[in-house]
Design a protein around this ligand. Structure first.
Ligand code: NAD
Length: 299
């Protein structure tokens, strides 16, 4: 599929721009479609130095300007009704064999597929930010997705240098966001109880379980520790772990106060003017170095 593959990314936001960069860097042609001209302009600016396939990326505001394509990645705002509308529209303009992928963070693939005429070629392809850098992609089939299309999508992702993780079936939040939210529910409870402060918690996780998870994953890590030991701890600990079923007061109040994190200048930590961009560059550099080490040492 690689040499002739033409991809369309719908949505020129944070994820869409990096998805387009990823496709270009792997020698494929890409068209970015967005209804917001300022989002398209920002995306064009972000990609201006990319040469990839030799073919310039195209930035369009409607399907009439798109033409033939083999893969569509929908990456618009996380809203079920909007995504259904966008996917239905995409299906009207592409051939029956075109793969239709959604970058939803965890909406139901079956609910999204309800509006489609040919759902066999539709599935989730959940990338991680920054999408051009983070290797894993969750591939999430719905009830109607064909095995052949899952394999085609996985092969396309491998051609992009990704590590597709194919789920057997769709669960809300898929796998990675379920794990992130389980961890964050406990973190927020520990902050609310005053057990630890934000600075110390981040430092503790980074330099303890964080580095070992990157090397081993959670299950191999437990194998190394011994499942009998894990069971003994689980027996006395589970009863005390946070198990609330709605977001707690700390998270609600942070958001209410406008403490949204990097984008508003303050979250758990302070983000002074100019600091956010510098941090993003620093984080990217560290990610590249860590990934290079993991590739060299562990494969
Ligand atoms: P974003 O807000 O940065 O970008 C969304 C873009 O969609 C905007 O440019 C908007 O103009 C465009 N859009 C809205 N309606 C449209 C329409 N009808 N047609 C074409 N374009 C339209 O959002 P994002 O962070 O890039 O997230 C996009 C998707 O990726 C969401 O489903 C999100 O859950 C998922 N995702 C985000 C992250 C992340 O870390 N940001 C990670 C993984 C997955």
């Amino acid at each position: 599929m690689k040499t002739s593959c033409r991809g369309v990314v719908i949505g020129a936001g944070t994820m869409g721009a990096n998805l387009a960069r990823l496709i270009l860097r792997n020698g494929m042609a890409v068209t970015v479609l967005d209804i917001d001209s300022s989002a398209l302009a920002r995306c064009r600016q972000a990609l201006h130095s990319e040469t990839g396939s030799g073919e310039q990326p195209r930035f369009v505001s409607d399907w009439a300007q798109v033409g033939a394509c083999e893969v569509v990645v929908e990456s618009v705002t996380e809203d079920l009704t909007l995504k259904q509308r966008v996917l239905k529209e995409a299906e009207r303009h592409v051939g029956d064999a075109t793969l239709l992928l959604t970058n939803t963070s965890g909406l139901s693939i079956d609910e999204l597929a309800e509006v489609l005429t040919h759902p066999a070629r539709f599935m989730g392809a959940h990338f991680f930010n920054p999408a051009d850098l983070i290797p894993s992609v969750e591939v999430v089939p719905g009830r109607s997705t064909s095995d052949a299309c899952v394999e085609r999508a996985s092969e396309w992702l491998r051609q992009l240098g990704k590590r597709p993780a194919v789920l057997r079936h769709c669960v809300p939040g898929f796998v990675a966001n379920r794990l992130q939210h389980a961890l964050m529910r406990e973190c927020l409870a520990l902050l609310e109880q005053g057990v630890i402060d934000a600075e110390a918690l981040d430092d503790l996780v980074r330099y303890s379980i964080g580095i070992r998870l990157a090397i081993n994953g959670p299950l191999r890590q437990r194998d190394l520790n011994g499942l009998d030991t894990h069971l003994n701890i689980a027996r006395y600990l589970y009863d005390d772990l946070e198990n609330r079923t709605t977001p707690g007061p700390l998270l609600e109040s942070l958001v209410e106060e406008g403490r949204l994190g990097r984008k508003s200048g303050r979250g758990f930590h302070e983000w002074p003017e100019g600091n956010a961009e510098a941090y993003a560059r620093h984080e990217r550099m560290l990610l590249e170095r860590l990934l290079a080490i993991l590739d060299d040492e562990l494969e």
